[in-house]
Design a protein around this ligand. Structure first.
Ligand code: ASP
Length: 441
């Protein structure tokens, strides 16, 4: 198990996998005629499934990881007041960073005005082409909107643990149960609690070891995911028509990822941007390749604990909660998309409408599931609140996937940032015990 043979860091291996995946996809797309169709089919049948297996493996351990690490983390806290202190700070910082992200998005989209450059012809052809897809999202969002104001709260409390744990969409319910169970462990006599704590401790170690093993497959997994995405992507012409919109979203996300988070980390914990990026980059690359904060969660946890020095007591709570409710990238995207659609449709948005976007994009990002494309469904609610026609969703559909990949990076980076801030504030940020995954190679 020596790492002498193999010194290439994990993020480089993943990057190489991504580049190879893109090349394979682009080559398959470029070939014309029957051979081209065969090449694309070959990628779909023989390459893409390895990406699906990789994502499935990550999702497979997400639930066990949340249960084990959260029960262990909470039961280690010794007293409940620590939990409420940490919980309050976590939620407050999450909301604050999300509001800042929406504001950055609004400032950019109002200054760059990407909607101004879209011709009427492009607008009509986009609406025509994607009307069906848009309707599906609108129906899904309307289903959610029908429920009462407290439904989101009711949904957090499961009535059956096994049912809750049977779907990755129910993460908040499982978090609720694990915290509740952990509190129970704190409240019983220590000698009775010890065997349970030892059990979950061991369970947690095993799951983290499984993350190590799954990450050995990461370069192949991302290669397969990206090759599959490229051969199934819509034509490049549409990307060009929506270039200024995409550039606005990406610029906002880049401000968050490259400037905002590292600065927050530096100011609050004193850790350098280099340290931060070195620690979190494999999770960022995975977020990009999978478009899912939930699928990336096991890796985010591992990186934050082992490489950024956040104590398990903090990361086990802050990260699963963050993966489900803290989506700065998604909220920024929703703000830009809403105003862009209004610009293309010639609708003027006053201050009141823009403020309603800040509020609803913050709430909608909290309500978005940590899976690919979820942000677009919740965008419908933002459009409704600002009085923008829902059908406008069709305008941005073509470029949603690549932007989803980018916004998921911001979502995951935001969670990692807040976990460091909260850890520092409760004296639980240590020097990391840097562990090389490449030890296995
Ligand atoms: N894919 C995003 C995530 O998992 C959510 C979204 O914006 O669609 O974080």
């Amino acid at each position: 198990m020596s790492n002498k043979k193999n010194t290439l860091a994990l993020h480089w291996k993943i990057l190489i996998g991504m580049v190879l995946g893109l090349i394979i996809g682009i080559v398959a797309v470029q070939i014309d005629g029957e051979t081209g169709t065969m090449a694309k089919q070959l990628v779909t049948d023989w390459v893409k499934p390895f990406g699906t297996i990789f994502i499935n493996m990550l999702k497979l351990i997400a639930m066990p990881l949340i249960i084990a690490s959260l029960i262990k983390g909470v039961s280690d806290l010794q007293d409940i007041s620590k939990l409420s202190k940490m919980g309050f700070r976590t939620i407050a910082i999450y909301i604050l960073t999300t509001v800042i992200a929406v504001t950055i998005g609004l400032v950019l989209v109002n200054t760059l005005k990407p909607g101004a450059g879209v011709s009427e012809k492009t607008r009509d052809s986009l609406i025509h082409e994607y009307a069906g897809e848009a309707t599906k999202r609108i129906e899904a969002a309307n289903e959610q909107a029908k429920q009462g104001p407290l439904q989101a709260l009711v949904d957090i409390v499961p009535n059956n643990f096994f049912q809750a744990a049977s779907s990755n969409r129910n993460m908040l319910q499982v978090i609720f149960f694990a915290v509740f169970f952990g509190i129970g462990i704190i409240l019983i006599p220590p000698e009775k609690a010890q065997p349970l704590k030892d059990f979950f401790d061991g369970f947690n170690e095993v799951v983290l070891k499984l993350v190590d093993l799954i990450m050995l497959m990461a370069p192949i997994g991302v290669l397969a995911l990206l090759a599959g995405l490229v051969v199934e992507a819509p034509s490049a012409d549409l990307f060009l028509a929506l270039l200024s919109y995409s550039v606005t979203v990406v610029a906002g996300l880049a401000i968050l990822i490259i400037f905002f988070y590292p600065t927050l980390v530096k100011l609050t914990t004193g850790k350098s941007p280099k340290f931060f990026f070195k620690g979190i980059s494999p999770a960022q690359l995975l977020a990009f390749s999978t478009s899912s904060s939930a699928a990336t969660l096991p890796v985010t946890m591992e990186r934050v604990e082992e490489h950024l020095g956040v104590d398990k007591e903090v990361s086990s709570f802050v990260l699963p909660v963050g993966a489900t409710i803290n989506m700065d990238g998604t909220s920024l995207y929703q703000a830009v998309a809403a105003v862009f659609i209004a610009q293309v449709m010639g609708i003027h948005l006053g201050l009141e409408a823009q403020l309603s976007i800040v509020l609803t994009a913050t709430l909608a990002s909290i309500g978005s599931a940590a899976v690919p494309g979820a942000g677009m469904v919740m965008l419908v609610i933002v459009l409704n609140a600002a009085g923008i026609p829902e059908a406008g969703l069709a305008l941005i559909f073509a470029v949603d996937r690549p932007l989803d990949m980018m916004r998921t990076i911001a979502n995951v980076t935001g969670d990692a940032t807040v976990s460091m801030m909260v850890a520092k504030s409760v004296n639980k940020l240590h020097d990391p015990k840097v562990k090389e995954w490449d030890d296995f190679a």
